[in-house]
Design a protein around this ligand. Structure first.
Ligand code: FAD
Length: 498
């Protein structure tokens, strides 16, 4: 039985950032990851010698002075990471198939307003007010702005931050089509009309308005760099180690995390960095109250996703230096996870990753469509041939929609691999294949937030279910978790001062 300062269960974005922050501050950390490769949402995989990223395709916060830029500088790994800026003149291209219109959305506050005002000239004033409102909301979040904050104050925020996101947009914008267009990227947070709080929409929209970035050379490079920080202080990231049981003492302190390989790991403090439902599966009854368990089981998960990993024939399809969105009809922007009469997603995003591109041509394309788990429920326990036929049908349908934008697209394809909500469920151990953790509901804000401290005095939480998801949310929660473990309130301010 090995003993280190801290054991972290889950080697995804949250577990690795927390581990690296603790190691950087002098603790020896062991991360236990069930998959063969660390990274969770940062993992990349290879098929036929071609690398693909699983779930980190477009990111905010990496421009100079951005949160991720600062956190990785603090950890001393920023210069090791190969990251490219997405074209600011057109960071996103949004196509509405129903009316055959493509909108090009630039980064930068003024450029964003100007571009949309050109499409909707009567709405310039509303656009200016809308952008001011989302900036006001984003500015009111201390942690998001790397300002010291108190947990209890997190909902003492601007009243307009906690109304539904669609209502916030409608306050400033009259044109129904522009209202929907402003929600074009809600696939990045699974926004739902009447439910998703305006702050979720505002934080993500403002982040991307400041400029988006992508990894060059795959997302797993960040997982590797964080692993090196952990190793530099004597720690390690152990893969193929699924935590299958937890032992506690009479004071509910965790004493041991037991893994699938039969090994037992002990430390003075423990962090759970996977889905909280997975924690409740492996921890003895009685550590958490029935009310807590009911709450975790009862929070609606964000929906799942269907992904296509496409390899092109050499020199056949152009490299696109921005992210593309296709919607059947722009007015459906708030129900992206729904499917059309043929069962094909009504909206999705796609991009050609910068790595392996050749002379202006793309080597691969990644497509992500939000999808409800209900569509694969019948195969939850067993995948049969009907399942594989269904996957092909969905992939063909998505490809046909891209063909509407790029005639001849189909002829450029060499191979297509697909991942369904079942893949995501099994890969992350996320209930119902949820992509972004708990779904946030402005009618019950506290329901979808968990404190980082638990009923077990030496067990802490981190990861996307605690607070915000994605590259802009999970590393921030990691700071909070690391500060709580270290009894140190200076990590955030040290990062902010960089
Ligand atoms: C398809 C897809 C596309 C996405 N695209 C983007 C994007 O473009 N930009 C963005 O910012 N965000 C994106 N996200 C969201 C982002 O990936 C997540 O918010 C982030 O990875 C969550 O981090 P986490 O540490 O909470 O969970 P994860 O990264 O899922 O890490 C949890 C880890 O715990 C491990 N684990 C689970 N159970 C156990 C156990 N019992 N024992 C040991 N280990 C265990 C899992 O294997 C996993 O590695 C995407 C997500 C998906 C699914």
């Amino acid at each position: 039985m090995s003993r280190v300062d801290v054991i972290i269960a889950g080697g995804g974005l949250g577990g690795l950032f927390t581990g690296a922050l603790l190691a950087h501050n002098g603790l020896t950390v062991t991360v236990l990851e069930k998959n063969a490769i660390p990274g969770g949402g940062l993992q990349s995989f290879s098929r036929d010698g071609v690398m693909y990223d699983t779930g980190m395709h477009v990111m905010g916060g990496w421009r100079q002075g951005g949160t991720l830029d600062k956190i990785t500088r603090y950890l001393g790994i920023r210069d090791k990471l190969e990251i490219v800026e997405i074209n600011d003149d057109c960071m996103d291209q949004v196509t509405s198939l129903a009316d055959a219109v493509t909108y090009k959305i630039p980064a930068g506050r003024e450029a964003f307003i100007d571009a949309l005002a050109q499409y909707f000239p009567n709405e310039r004033e509303g656009l200016e007010q809308y952008v001011a409102a989302i900036e006001r909301i984003a500015d009111s979040f201390d942690l998001y702005n790397l300002r010291p904050y108190s947990h209890s104050a997190s909902f003492e925020m601007l009243p307009e931050a906690i109304i539904p996101a669609d209502e916030l947009i409608a306050r400033y914008i009259n044109d129904a089509r522009l209202r929907s267009l402003l929600a074009y990227n809600n696939g990045l947070y699974n926004g739902e009309a009447g439910r998703t709080p305006a702050y979720v929409h505002a934080l993500i929209s403002v982040l991307y308005m400041k400029g988006a970035s992508r990894f060059v050379g795959n997302s797993v490079q960040l997982a590797r760099a964080l692993t090196e920080v952990i190793a530099a202080n004597g720690g390690s990231v152990l893969c193929g180690r699924e935590v299958t049981a937890i032992e506690v003492d009479g004071s509910r302190n965790v004493t041991v995390m037991k893994c699938s390989d039969g090994e037992r790991y002990t430390a003075s403090k423990f962090v759970w960095a996977a889905h909280p439902a997975e924690l409740l599966r492996v921890i003895p009854d009685g550590v958490f109250t029935k009310a807590y368990k009911r709450r975790v089981a009862g929070v609606k998960p964000t929906c799942s996703a269907f992904s296509l990993f496409i390899e092109f024939l050499p020199h056949s399809f152009p490299y696109i230096d921005h992210t593309c969105y296709i919607h059947d009809d722009m007015v459906d922007a708030w129900s992206l996870q729904s499917v059309d009469a043929e069962g094909i997603p009504r909206g999705f995003m796609y991009m050609t990753p910068p790595q392996q591109r050749q002379d202006g041509y793309a080597k691969t394309m990644l497509v992500t469509a939000l999808m409800d788990f209900d569509l694969v429920e019948r195969w939850a326990d067993r995948r049969d041939n009907v399942y594989y036929d269904w996957k092909r049908h969905v992939a063909d349908g998505i490809i046909s929609k891209i063909e509407c934008c790029y005639p001849g697209f189909k002829d450029c394809i060499k191979t297509v691999y697909t991942a369904s909500p079942l893949t995501i469920r099994d890969y992350y151990h996320a209930p119902r294949g949820s992509v972004y953790g708990f779904s946030k509901d402005c009618n019950n804000l506290l329901e979808s937030q968990l404190p980082i401290v638990t009923k077990s005095p030496n067990l802490f939480l981190t990861g996307q279910c605690v607070n915000l998801h994605g590259i802009c949310g999970v590393p921030l929660t990691a700071i909070t978790t690391a500060e709580a473990i270290l009894y140190l309130r200076t990590i955030l301010s040290d990062i902010a001062s960089i």
